[in-house]
Design a protein around this ligand. Sequence first.
Ligand code: GNR
Length: 167
Amino acid sequence: MALLPILRYPDPRLHIKAKPVEAVDAGIKKLVADMFETMYAAPGIGLAATQVDVHKRVLVLDVSEDKSQPMAFINPEILSREGEHIGEEGCLSVPGIYETVKRSERIKVRALNLDGEPFELEADGLLSVCLQHEIDPLDGKVFVEYLSRLKLSRIKAKLAKQARITA
Ligand code: GNR
């Protein structure tokens, strides 16, 4: 297994649209294992392949309190949405920034598992939010882009300052 470097916003590679996985082969299984290791080490509750500069439709998450429920989604699709959920989100690609985002409350998702078999899942609560948050980067979208231009420009200035301090 390997720890993968995580891209930081506003890296333009975060806006690349990920391609569907054609076969869940050894390379994809290795990618998923490395993404779990990277996510747990960060620590985070989710990670999209885009964030580690791999532009394939793969995401991992674990919203349990004790890291006991690793879940991998390959070629995830949101089939339906219901309700509205407003909550604070953070992102490993936008460190130190926590902002309120409006999402759907419940979603139904279809994806492939690590055996390449399709499955469907109905999600609510943190699982639903995390899935919606992780599918966005696969489509080239980062959560701060839901915010107003004023908030986004303040965040960009803060991140630029952070980068100067850590460089
Ligand atoms: O660790 C993370 N926390 C989080 C909190 C609220 C909503 C979404 C998330 S996902 C994030 C990890 C990450 O960077 N995912 O892309």
